[in-house]
Design a protein around this ligand. Structure first.
Ligand SMILES: [Mg+2]
Length: 286
């Protein structure tokens, strides 16, 4: 036999192995008894599409948890303050104002996306209006301090939003609860007939010098970006590149916006599964 210690060593080795296996089994049982149970499945699959549901849940998870999202919001409002201070040093013929969007610029609506996503649904206007009527959305990092500062320096704030007139009450309640300045009927311009904000911006420009435009959607800055294909939106951004971080302050929104509508050729006729295919058809791989 090749084994130098045939009988004694084999017996010892066998006992050692039995002990080892028993220890592993006991440890496994103990760990499985003490560990947190796996989370319950909450996602009901009611559509073939995944981007319309999972994509929005994923971006909402980012919006609600990523410190990077918060940092981007602070970054936007820090730049806004810098530009406002510079504007305040210049002579102006009119009173100064800021035009700001509301959704994903001042208020965080990700809970509505999560509410919908957990039911296997994307955006629905009825659910959206139920949400905005509550007036309980949280605010984006840095937004309250910035607008309060602007108001303290004598700069008027106008909320130009594509929420409807029937959503004004809930919106003002929400803004007032967080002590946002100018949260009153004279300073909110909701959507009436069109989501194009040009006319509402012009209305403010009649009496004010607008020093900053703040928004998450390029349509918050110029009609050049409204209902355009992605290629045109991108080339118009190139043309306006010098405005970003100067006159135009952009907040991040990976959940929805003009960029998403561009995937659907700015049409509402598609099913979720068709929307999924349209998005995937634009994506590059290797
Ligand atoms: Mg918005």
């Amino acid at each position: 036999m090749n084994n130098k210690y045939p009988t004694a060593y084999s017996g010892f080795f066998m006992m050692k192995q039995i002990f080892k296996i028993s220890a592993i089994t006991i440890t496994t049982l103990l760990v499985s008894c003490n560990s947190t149970p796996p989370p319950k499945e909450t996602h009901k699959e009611t559509t073939e599409s995944s981007l319309m549901v999972d994509g929005k849940l994923w971006s909402s998870a980012y919006q609600q948890n990523a410190a990077e999202y918060k940092a981007l919001c602070f970054q936007a409002y820090n730049i806004a303050k810098l530009r406002l201070d510079q504007a305040l040093q210049k002579d102006a013929n009119k009173a100064l104002a800021i035009i700001t969007d509301v959704d994903e610029t001042v208020l965080d609506n990700s809970p509505n996306s999560v509410y919908q996503g957990l039911q296997g649904k994307g955006y629905e206007s009825e659910s959206w209006k139920n949400w905005t009527a509550k007036g309980t959305a949280d605010t984006l990092a840095g937004s309250k301090n910035f607008f309060s500062y602007a108001a303290s320096r004598g700069v008027t704030v106008f909320y130009v939003t594509n929420r409807g007139e029937d959503e004004v009450e809930g919106t003002l309640k929400n803004l007032k609860d967080f002590d946002f300045p100018y949260a009153d009927i004279g300073h909110i311009l909701p959507k009436t007939t069109t989501s194009d904000k040009s006319e509402r911006r012009e209305k403010v420009l009649k009496d004010y010098e607008v020093v900053l435009y703040i928004g998450d959607n390029l349509g918050d800055f110029s009609h050049d970006f409204d209902s355009k294909p992605s290629s045109e939106r991108n080339s118009n951004v190139e043309k306006a590149s010098g405005q970003f971080g100067n006159k135009f302050i952009v907040l991040p929104n990976f959940n929805y916006g003009g960029w998403e509508k561009a995937f659907y050729k700015n049409s509402y006729k598609w099913t979720d599964a068709q929307k999924d295919s349209l998005i995937k058809s634009t994506m590059k791989s290797y």
